[in-house]
Design a protein around this ligand. Structure first.
Ligand code: G4P
Length: 526
């Protein structure tokens, strides 16, 4: 069996601007992976400063290093998976979550639960992974903390268990009360750090804390804590492990308040590498032979370096540089000689790696999303990575019909890479190809790559759909009862599964009501 330090592999899910970059940077800082605050930040600011996607792509050589960041803390090896937001939001963002064992949900205390968080949360829920909530920016005016917890329940349907409790917010933010340690951590405006004043014993008056907080705040805190103890959800490890209850932490990433104690709790409570389902049953991280799956492929847009990098999550065994593995889909044997690991700022050649780790493999076009690599003569394949509902759809065709072959080759490769999805209209003979992407940028990248890599100019005709729903049930397409006036369209995905494209949520509700005997699901999961 592989022996290694315990691993924690997680992703941060949030809406743009909630503070993901700031929090990541602080975590890396505590892990000693970066030494200057602002290193991760400066890269992102550059990306944000431009709306020109080619500029964004130029940065990819750098941004590939931020796809996975590894650091050590308290004897743990920690892997943070980056979930691109902003213009880079794409299906990759969802897929990355399939490689994480837990998620940190970062919420802006003034804004509450926002749309991108909801979408990413749904993927975590589908996988039943534990979710830890960090409510950020408490140094600014925030919503009422109880209202924020209610929002988690109402909008996301998850119960919560506050691990600490804020004392005021904005200019009146005084710190937090740590419920387990039963102590108050005081916040000092203008100081980047935390000051612990131990002992705030519930039920007893503590003169020092009272003096520091003032009588009124002290009494309010006491009442809040009593209310939480009586009426709040109790801490329940099993519910947390199954993603039914989220431990909640209040803090401020920018001022570094509450980040380190969050990290300590998180490392203690978050699960290690999970077993993964294959067609031959669950493969445990203790299984002694190496295995892993590809969850993301990143193409290099620089024409001088057409290589791609396939990101592989290790499920079992020990990876040793230079080992030969089997690519299960094709039966090919592949020597992994230049694998890379990502340490915040640099790419390094990795000599060995363990379950939970992510390695980057140079990919001359061999790998597809979901591919399994195994050591020796094992033959199992990990369960497919699902497709997620695109939000932007367009009819696509080659402008020059003579370029049919190149067009299909490009479509084939770009879909295998996971850059786009395509659907076909069900009408036999008169097939129309429909492209689906999660972010607008992907459409532009698709157009560019078809021209530059496959020599095909494509014509894209936008369609007014915003949702794809996979149809589960024993119905043929003509048996579905759908709005006829263009609010929906029945198509097939690349694997031939029945899918309905819908204009909006209203059309979806209508479809669900009129077709009670089928299920409409937002991913291609069975
Ligand atoms: P993102 O990656 O989730 O998009 O968010 P990012 O970390 O870039 O943070 C978005 C903005 O929120 C940044 O301000 C950042 O400084 C600020 N921020 C993050 N955490 C906190 C916090 O705990 N308290 C306060 N008050 N602000 C926070 P910006 O003005 O957009 O960028 P910058 O000028 O600071 O670089």
């Amino acid at each position: 069996m592989a022996t290694a330090r315990p691993r924690k592999t997680f992703a941060i899910i949030s809406h743009p601007d909630a503070g993901k970059t700031t929090l990541t940077e602080k975590l890396l800082y505590f892990g000693g992976a970066i030494h200057t605050a602002g290193m991760v930040k400066s890269r992102k600011s550059k990306l944000q400063a431009t709306s020109d996607w080619m500029e964004i792509e130029k940065q990819r050589g750098i941004s590939v290093t931020s796809s996975v960041m590894q650091f050590s803390y308290n004897g743990y090896a920690v892997n943070i998976l980056d979930t691109p937001g902003h213009q880079d939001f794409s299906e990759d963002t969802y897929r990355t979550l399939t490689a994480a064992d837990s998620a940190v949900m970062l919420i802006d205390a003034a804004k509450g639960v926002e749309p991108q968080t909801i979408k990413l949360f749904e993927v975590c829920r589908m996988r039943k992974i534990p979710i830890f909530t960090f409510i950020n920016k408490m140094d600014r005016e925030s919503k009422d903390p109880l209202a924020l917890l209610e929002e988690l329940e109402e909008v996301l349907g998850i119960r919560s268990c506050p691990m600490n409790w804020p004392i005021g917010s904005g200019i009146d933010f005084k710190g937090v009360y740590d419920r387990e340690r039963q102590q108050v951590e005081l916040f000092k405006h203008g100081e980047k750090g935390r000051h612990i004043f131990p002992v705030f014993q519930e039920g007893k008056s503590n003169e020092k804390v009272k003096e520091l907080l003032g009588e009124e705040r002290y009494m309010k805190l006491k009442e809040d804590i009593e209310l939480l103890d009586i009426a709040g959800d109790p801490f329940d490890r099993e519910k947390i492990d199954n993603g039914l209850l989220t431990p909640v932490f209040f803090g401020s990433a920018l001022t570094n308040f509450g980040v380190e104690s969050f990290l300590e709790y998180f490392l203690r409570l978050a699960p290690g590498p999970a077993p993964r389902m294959s067609d031959k049953g669950l493969i445990s991280p203790e299984h002694n032979k190496f295995s892993g799956f590809v969850f993301k492929i990143q193409a290099n847009m620089n024409p001088a370096h057409r290589d791609r990098i396939a990101f592989l999550r290790i499920v079992s065994g020990k990876f040793i540089r230079g080992m030969t593995v089997q690519h299960v889909r094709t039966g090919k044997r592949i020597k992994l000689s230049q694998p890379q690991q990502f340490l915040a700022q640099e790419r390094n050649i990795v000599e060995e790696a363990y379950p939970g780790d992510i390695i980057g493999l140079f990919d001359p076009g061999t790998f597809g999303i979901g591919d399994t690599l195994v050591e020796g003569n094992q033959t199992f394949s990990f369960a497919d990575i699902p497709h997620f509902s695109p939000e932007i759809f367009a009819k696509v065709r080659a402008k020059d019909t003579m370029k049919y072959k190149q067009f299909h080759k490009g479509m084939q490769q770009l879909t295998e890479e996971g850059a786009v999805q395509y659907f076909t209209t069900a009408a036999p003979g008169a097939e129309t190809l429909i492209l689906g992407v999660v972010g607008q940028l992907q459409l532009e990248v698709f157009e560019y790559r078809m021209r530059n890599e496959y020599g095909v100019d494509v014509e894209l005709q936008p369609l007014g759909f915003t949702l794809a729903r996979w149809v589960k049930g024993n119905k043929k397409e003509h048996e579905l009862n759908l709005i006829q006036y263009g609010g929906s369209l029945v198509v097939r995905d690349r694997e031939g599964r029945l899918v309905v494209l819908l204009e909006n949520e209203f059309a979806e509700r209508w479809a669900k009501e009129k077709n009670p005997d089928v299920e409409f699901v937002s991913t291609s999961y069975e």
